[in-house]
Write a protein that binds this ligand. Structure first.
Ligand SMILES: [Zn+2]
Ligand SMILES: [Zn+2]
Length: 116
């Protein structure tokens, strides 16, 4: 699942995942695969270990105009995707025995990643 491409429609916010390269369109337009970036200070996720889970939080705004809309953990042949919503504090729990690439998406600034 590390080769998964992520697409987000700028018109409706629809999230589409594809293994490998694909032609994806939504709302009548072609979508480009997002390129994950290294997070800057504003987009960092705080990762804590709580018992047998990773507990992820962020200081990032969660307003309707600007928020983190999902967090995904790609590990081996598995992808765990957690939708996150505006006007809620970002809090995501993932099983701690899983290691892989953590990805998250900001509606204003795109896709970010960090190994977990
Ligand atoms: Zn759309
Ligand atoms: Zn942002």
């Amino acid at each position: 699942m590390k080769k998964t491409s992520y697409y987000v429609c700028p018109a409706c916010g629809n999230l589409v995942l594809a293994a490998g390269s694909a032609q994806i369109s939504c709302c009548g337009r072609r979508l480009e695969a997002l390129t994950p970036q290294k997070p800057d200070e504003a987009h960092r996720l705080r990762v804590e270990q709580v018992e047998d889970e990773w507990f992820l939080t962020s200081e990032h705004p969660m307003t309707k105009e600007h928020y983190l809309s999902f967090v995904a953990l790609a590990a081996g042949d598995r992808l765990t995707l957690v939708k996150t919503y505006p006007e809620w504090e970002l809090q995501v729990r993932l099983p701690r025995r899983v290691h892989g690439m953590l990805l998250w998406y900001c509606t204003g600034h795109g896709l970010f990643r960090q190994p977990l």
